[in-house]
Design a protein around this ligand. Sequence first.
Ligand code: TXA
Ligand code: MG
Length: 304
Amino acid sequence: MAAQPTIRPYDDAAVADAAALIRAGGIVAVPTETVYGLAADATEAAAVARIYAAKGRPSFNPLIVHVPDLAAAETIAVFDNAARALAHRWWPGPLTLVLPLRRAAGIAALVTAGLDTIALRVPAHRAMQALLRASGRPLAAPSANASNTISPTRAAHVAASLGARVPLILDDGPSAAGLESTIVGRGAILRPGPITAEQLGLPLAAPGGEITAPGQLKTHYAPAKPLRLEAVQAAPDEWLIGFGPVVGDDTLSAAGDPVEAAARLFDALHRADASARAAIAVAPVPERGIGAAINDRLRRAAHR
Ligand code: TXA
Ligand code: MG
């Protein structure tokens, strides 16, 4: 029989253990009022990479970052009056705001997929609130299910979907909303959710505003320079991003660890873009596991 995750009922001791896992760079499944989330420290790229590895996500979408209150949110993003009014009215609750990122906040580039905006939410659920306060970290958290499966609204759904890929699930009963949060950005609704267009008085954004499917690349960071894949050696005008045995100007992971590579990917692309070389080359990354997401992202960056 496959190994099973530990499911712990919500209480102070379980939250303390979950917070210790988060501070050690691990992942924890935690209920929110929308769906169960798979949480990691948003300031640690390697921890965020573990979310993608556990979900088996085939591509990197920017993730929502959860914070305990508006004051914490304002340290990470720039709020204008309209955003602040929405936050006052709807937080804590199932509303996510996409806002300009404060780079100094130290959010890992993998969280925002290299964008200069960030999606932030203050959840109302007592378990997520307790974990945020006990860990003291902003928590990146997509839904706690394997990629391309239905979002989980119970601890048992998480266990069935992720199994031992998640070490600990906090169980606090079924999620009240059962539907991911409403996302608002650029004065429009990017993803419909529990808080409706009528309640918000905002229009639905044109299709493509939300990054749900592969191909919606405009919302990802794309290097300005031409990119060559599967490179084992750099041409004179190329900045080579290595992996494993391919030693470059930079490396995704000298040890050939795909989780480390995922964690470093967007930073490495930014460095390559900023280099004095005219073009970028990237070493081959094996397709298995989270490598599929890395290669998906690289292929998109190469085909512009
Ligand atoms: O209810 C929820 O929001 C759940 C619970 C766990 O909180 N979380 C959730 O997270 O659904 P996630 O990471 O799966 O949602 C990510 C979505 C992306 O598909 C994208 O549409 C949007 O958030 N998003 C994130 N950052 C964005 C950005 N900078 N610009 C536009 N959209 C962004
Ligand atoms: Mg999801």
